[in-house]
Design a protein around this ligand. Sequence first.
Ligand code: GLP
Length: 241
Amino acid sequence: MIHIHRADNYETMSRKAADLIFAQILLKPDCVLGLATGSSPVGIYRELVKDYAAGRIDFTNVTSVNLDEYRGLSGDHPQSYRYFMNEHLFDHVNIDKARTFVPDGLSENPDRSCADYDALIDTLGGIDLQLLGIGHNGHIGFNEPGDFFAKGTHCVTLSERTIEANKRFFASAADVPKQAFSMGIQNIMQVRKIVLVASGADKAEALHAALYGEITPRVPASILQLHPEVHVFVDEAAISC
Ligand code: GLP
């Protein structure tokens, strides 16, 4: 079941989505949050940091698991997703960093560490709320369009389109890692509640295909149509088609 929450602009969209995460933490203070990177959720993190600074929200008992990480980047590399999470959220709230999990970009045994990441999610009792952005090709996490829906955490070879879209964070396209570790579609489908954020006209086509198109691994986000509780937060531009 997909619920669409419209907002006039990115700021309002971010606040509305932050309210849902805020509500999740009130509902279950020891919840497991699945977190995402990219520019789409930055506004949400900004709002949550404000809520924390104002004494409205407490992350003491929250655990987080991130969707993905670039292969080959250490957590102190400024473009790594671990670094991103520290910079945008973890360093500014009272979450216990030992309870924040991001796939290990430097793993020397990828099969093992991917299986361990799946086992970790199981041990935590599953994910209560998963935050997602969407790529221009309909990817979620780093699950790229393909012939089948990937199940668990796995190593992905990034598409040219994704490298192109993400090069803005690096000195050049050549510096963007070619692979990443990502939760799989099954990990994402098994969460209790999904919050997807999309902003800007450049996301409109991918979002439309995901929400209303055929359910196909060619548009990985389309599988969300089968999930029992998906909240899609959009600004007007993102639903302009
Ligand atoms: C990356 C991330 C995704 C994210 C996507 C869109 O590929 N792995 O999790 O959703 O980019 O990013 P943005 O929000 O910057 O458009």
